[in-house]
Design a protein around this ligand. Structure first.
Ligand SMILES: [Zn+2]
Length: 229
């Protein structure tokens, strides 16, 4: 509640009212603020807590995607903690790349460029609805097509990039714009590769709105695809 009402004591406030000579965070080099305390501090311990929270949210998103019949086996990539943590959570992602973008995703891109590319929290492959007549039940899972042909025909697939970000509860737009800028080059490369459609889905959750995580999970695991993505 104090976060919501903007009354959490921090150096930004102290500086504004003349109680501090600067607005610097006391434990890292950044400017202090309520949002900084909850999701931006660079101090090692704070950073680890923030990353842990982000990973937990990512895990929920991947779990929810796996519950959906149409997307259960279509997760091509995750950026979620270690493989051990994933299996601890009951996530079977043996065929899914984790932390490193798979080379088959962008075969036209040089290895060093792929390594330097931005990485969303998850990448989902769905058979293109435009050319659905060419997609049969047998080859509608990209894992199966990859195993058979060692490559995909990009023209038959939609790529959905999923990015999760914590944001200010009442001012989500800066984080949305940040996510779009972060992945703009990757999106351009995927389009250049020839994929039928490339979409970025940014899931924003207010830094204090932990209830939104449960809502997000319900939305992804049960709602229509258009509502999810
Ligand atoms: Zn800090």
């Amino acid at each position: 509640m104090r976060y919501r009402t903007g009354t959490i004591v921090n150096k930004k406030h102290a500086y504004r009212y003349g109680f501090s000579p600067n607005a610097n965070c006391p434990i890292c080099p950044c400017t202090d603020s309520a949002l900084h305390i909850f999701s931006g501090c660079q101090h090692t311990k704070m950073r680890n807590m923030i990353i842990k929270r982000h990973n937990m949210a990512d895990m929920l998103i991947v779990q929810a995607l796996q519950k959906r019949q149409c997307s259960a086996n279509q997760i091509a990539y995750t950026d979620v903690d270690s493989a051990d943590k994933l299996s601890e959570q009951g996530l079977d992602l043996r065929n899914t790349a984790n932390k490193t973008l798979p080379s088959w995703l962008l075969p036209k891109l040089a290895a060093h460029a792929l390594k330097a590319s931005s990485r969303p929290d998850a990448i989902l492959f769905l058979p293109s609805t435009v050319c659905s007549s060419r997609v049969t039940t047998r080859n509608s899972h990209f894992h199966q097509q990859l195993a058979k042909d060692k490559k995909l025909n990009p023209n038959q697939w939609e790529v959905h990039l999923i990015e999760f970000k914590l944001c200010e509860d009442t001012r989500p737009d800066p984080q949305l714009q940040k996510a779009k800028a972060q992945h703009s080059k990757l999106i351009a490369n995927l389009n250049r590769q020839g994929y039928r459609e490339v979409k970025l889905h940014v899931k924003l959750v207010g830094a204090m709105e932990t209830m939104h995580l449960q809502r997000l999970y319900r939305q992804i695991s049960g709602g229509p695809l258009s509502g999810l993505l």
